[in-house]
Design a binder for this molecule. Structure first.
Ligand SMILES: Nc1nc2c(c(=O)[nH]1)N[C@H]1C(S)=C(S)[C@@H](COP(=O)(O)OP(=O)(O)OC[C@H]3O[C@@H](n4cnc5c(=O)[nH]c(N)nc54)[C@H](O)[C@@H]3O)O[C@H]1N2
Ligand SMILES: Nc1nc2c(c(=O)[nH]1)N[C@H]1C(S)=C(S)[C@@H](COP(=O)(O)OP(=O)(O)OC[C@H]3O[C@@H](n4cnc5c(=O)[nH]c(N)nc54)[C@H](O)[C@@H]3O)O[C@H]1N2
Ligand code: SF4
Ligand SMILES: [Mo]
Length: 749
């Protein structure tokens, strides 16, 4: 029997797990009571790490399509097949003919973070897509404009604030996003216990809303108007006070003026919240000693996602809460933060649209194109047409808009490769599937999420079991070899050396770096005998803000120190970082970014928009689910059917729908049938279906999931509806018709 301490890789909360094993058997999984951050908290998904280990449907052998069937093959055969199929496409049509889609689990995967960029650089395609444009791209764009880097996202200081305003987020179910904070229920209760207040704005009365002091239904897609009206109230009533931050802010006056027309009275009708209530909420926010505004996916995946994301931070600035303890602050992570690299206090800022999509002309953001254009880039013939697709840890046929069209499109590809752990709705279309190791077979460090954490934490987990096949980084390096023309047996070690040497070269040459001017050979030597992601991680830790700088700060952080600290190292609460963290060309916070201001007319038009009385569809998340991919784990799907249509009793009655009956939901893009769940926890006029379901497609090899199929809500999302400032898909706020499923008459002759 052995006990392992490990960070859970399934969501952003980074909970510590205590896992007992016997040989290759997982005996138990519980919360690690000594974890410096989560202190024993876990959610039901944690147990999934055991069930995923045991899942007979999880792939461990490569699959190659032969005569139309996906059959088992050796690793060498699989890479030979990739070389045979992909190389001619590259040779004949160039790199842009190969599209790549990166899914959400990459953000939780050290291999993908340290070695993913390298093979993508070798490929060099403009057709790079990811789950970011069905998720947080609007927040990254607004953070890029305001603070100069895409992950410079202010994080609410939930443990020290007295007032927390949450919009379009349900951390009691999602366990937080762009807010790494295990046990949000406990943290929210503490706010209230110390006399503070929690306010939730959501078209549904969520679990989070039930824990709050106050909840308001809001009409989908109107949070930007609500936030503008709160800013307007604060400015108009002279309640704004940016405090000491003011000298670091450009555009304060411009913003005050800009929000002037968005009075509570002007937006009340659109938002479905009374003007007096909006004014009161604004006054309370401004009056609170220490307050934070926080918004998440319900405010991003909609038509004003970037405006909403921007206005959240406008409010944090106007109320004097940005970069202040108890307000919203910027983490200082141990690893990988763009905003703590180099001299600081200014930088190059962000620039978008360096290339555009071929068919619709949508701009690139942070090196990727909006995934809403993927289907048309595959379907539309001509120079630059996408002929091959690589998916890595993604299920775009479920997670991106108009799944029906994308499904038809991928059927027309010349070649498709998936790196995944299942034959699911997307990977069943692949010609080759390369199985990724399970979480327990790889080391783990949340390099992405500690950059978004409400405390500064560093926690490293070594692998629990030996790998049965290659690591993901080794897969990427072999792919790089194929793309570079070295054939299917490229030198993985040489590529790995190139990855670390490139990093070292860059860092020793960087002004203000902690190893500026040092001898690259000496640093490389000091990393021995590590290889792969752990070698890169050690380097990033040692050159990061807490690092030992390879000797010049001997008490500093190293990977070795983290290995000796299985429950993690607490690097303390967040502290102010302005102006040092800013990477804008002006060296200031840009409160009124030109592209956002230029698009204000669109928001203005929404104020006056008449409602037509139709129903509006939004999504929701479920505690025992993780987007589309954990439905094959029995513990997570047992019990009541999860994939239901939530509808308010008044609407159900008007439309002739009763609990448990099937409803037909139709949008401009498609239609689905889902069982009705009547509940007054949803706003009248709004219906909700969770995403990530619909596992009954032919060829899917997920026995448990198929028995709990549900329907795919993204059949209803319209790929033509893209938020213009960020390219993000509009997945919430879709106009739909809802009707009882007509009972089919028996055919008569
Ligand atoms: N309507 C609607 N649509 C949405 C959303 C919504 O709220 N509403 N949310 C959006 C959001 S926020 C996101 S992040 C996206 C998610 O979109 P995706 O990332 O495309 O989808 P996932 O369901 O997370 O699929 C993850 C895939 O990775 C595989 N996988 C799991 N672990 C590993 C691993 O360790 N290695 C590898 N190689 N593969 C692995 C799984 O089998 C699965 O195929 O969905 C988006 N779509
Ligand atoms: N259990 C579980 N946890 C997860 C995931 C999961 O699938 N299951 N997915 C993970 C991922 S990839 C992400 S990105 C995070 C997301 O984390 P959250 O953003 O907290 O996700 P949701 O629970 O979907 O909460 C979004 C809320 O927005 C509301 N909403 C929808 N439209 C609107 C609108 O127009 N205005 C307002 N104000 N609200 C709106 C919805 O009712 C919902 O309650 O969760 C992560 N954690
Ligand atoms: S909350 Fe997230 S990190 Fe914590 S146990 Fe659940 S899935 Fe894992
Ligand atoms: Mo996400």
């Amino acid at each position: 029997m052995a006990t392992h301490y490990r960070t859970c890789p399934f969501c952003e909360a980074t909970c510590g797990l205590e896992i007992e094993t016997e040989g290759r058997k997982v005996v138990s999984v519980r919360g690690d009571a000594d974890d410096v951050f989560s202190q024993g908290f876990i959610c039901p998904k944690a147990y999934g790490i055991k069930q995923l280990h045991e899942d007979p449907d999880r792939l461990t052998t490569p699959l190659v399509r032969r005569d139309g069937e996906l059959v088992e093959a050796s690793w060498d055969q699989a890479f030979e097949e990739i070389d045979r199929r992909l190389s001619p496409i590259l040779a004949e049509h160039g790199r842009n003919a190969v599209a790549v889609y990166l899914g959400n689990p990459n953000a939780h995967n050290l291999s993908a973070i340290t070695h993913g960029p390298a093979w993508l650089r070798v490929l060099g395609t403009h057709n790079l897509y990811s789950a970011s444009t069905v998720d947080q791209m609007p927040k990254q764009v607004s953070a890029g404009y305001m603070f100069g880097a895409m992950l410079s996202v202010p994080i609410p200081d939930v443990d020290r604030c007295d007032h927390l305003l949450l919009l379009g987020a349900n951390p009691l179910v999602s366990n937080g996003s762009l807010l790494t904070a295990p046990n949000m229920r406990g943290r929210m209760r503490s706010i209230r216990e110390r006399g503070g207040k929690v306010v939730v704005i959501d078209p549904r009365r969520t679990r989070t809303a039930e824990e709050a002091d106050e909840h308001h239904f809001v009409r989908p897609g109107t949070v930007a108007l609500l936030l503008a009206a709160m800013a307007c109230t604060i400015a108009e009533e002279g309640l704004d006070d940016a405090g000491a931050l003011a000298e670091h802010v450009n555009g304060l006056d411009e913003v005050r003026e800009l929000v002037g027309e968005f009075t509570p009275e002007a937006v009340a009708n659109a938002c479905g919240i009374e003007a007096g209530e909006i004014r009161r909420m604004a006054r309370e926010l401004a009056a609170a000693e220490r307050a934070a505004v926080y918004a998440r996916i319900g405010t991003c995946t909609q038509e004003f996602g970037t405006h909403a994301s921007w206005l959240v931070d406008v409010l944090n600035v106007l109320t004097g809460n940005l970069d202040r303890e108890g307000g919203a602050l910027f983490p200082r992570a141990a690893v990988g933060q763009k905003n703590s690299s180099g001299p600081g206090g200014g930088g190059r800022g962000v620039r978008f649209g360096r290339w555009t999509s071929r068919v619709r002309g949508l701009p690139e953001f942070f090196g990727e194109l909006p995934v809403s254009v993927l289907a048309e880039e595959i379907e539309t013939p001509g120079e630059g047409q996408v002929r091959a697709l690589v998916t890595a840890a993604g299920n775009p046929l479920f997670s991106t808009p108009n799944s029906g069209r994308l499904e038809r499109a991928v059927e027309g590809l010349d070649f498709m490769l998936s790196i995944d752990i299942y034959v699911n709705e997307t990977t069943r279309h692949a010609d080759v599937i390369l199985p990724a190791p399970e979480p327990l077979e790889k080391s783990h460090y949340d390099a992405a999420f500690y950059q978004l954490s409400t405390r500064n934490i560093a926690n490293y987990s070594p692998a629990v079991f030996d790998r049965q096949g290659p690591a993901e980084w080794e897969i990427y390096m072999r792919l790089a070899g194929i793309i570079a023309g070295q054939g299917p047996n490229g030198d993985v070690g040489a590529f790995d050396d190139m990855v670390i040497q490139t990093l070292i070269q860059r860092e020793v040459g960087l002004e203000g770096s902690r190893v500026e001017g040092r001898d690259p050979g000496e640093l490389l030597e000091a990393l021995e005998p590590r290889r792969g992601p752990d070698r890169v991680l050690d380097f990033l830790i040692r050159t990061g803000p807490y690092g030992d700088s390879f000797g010049s700060d001997p008490d500093g952080l190293t990977l070795e120190l983290l290995e000796q600290s299985p429950h993690g190292i607490d690097l303390g609460p967040l502290s102010p970082r302005v102006p040092e963290l800013l990477r804008t060309p002006s060296g200031k916070i840009e409160l009124a970014p030109e592209p956002i201001v230029a698009d204000i007319e669109r928001l203005r038009a929404a104020m006056a928009r008449e409602r037509n009385g139709g129903m509006i569809l939004i999504g929701r998340r479920q505690l025992r689910s993780n987007n589309s991919w954990m439905h094959n784990l029995p513990a997570l799907v047992k019990g009541k059917d999860g994939c239901t249509l939530h509808i308010h009793p008044d609407d159900a009655e008007r439309l002739g729908l009763a609990d448990g009956e099937q409803a037909l939901v139709r949008s401009a893009a498609g239609s689905v049938e889902a069982p009705v769940e009547v509940t007054d926890a949803i706003m009248p006029g709004v219906v909700s279906i969770p995403h990530g379901w619909g596992h009954d497609a032919a060829g899917v090899r997920m026995g448990v999931a198929s028995a709990h199929a549900g329907v795919n809500s993204n059949v209803l999302a319209d790929e033509s509806q893209v938020e213009p400032l960020s390219g993000n898909a509009v997945l919430n706020g879709i106009p739909v018709e809802v009707a009882p499923v007509a009972v089919t008459e028996p055919a008569t002759t």
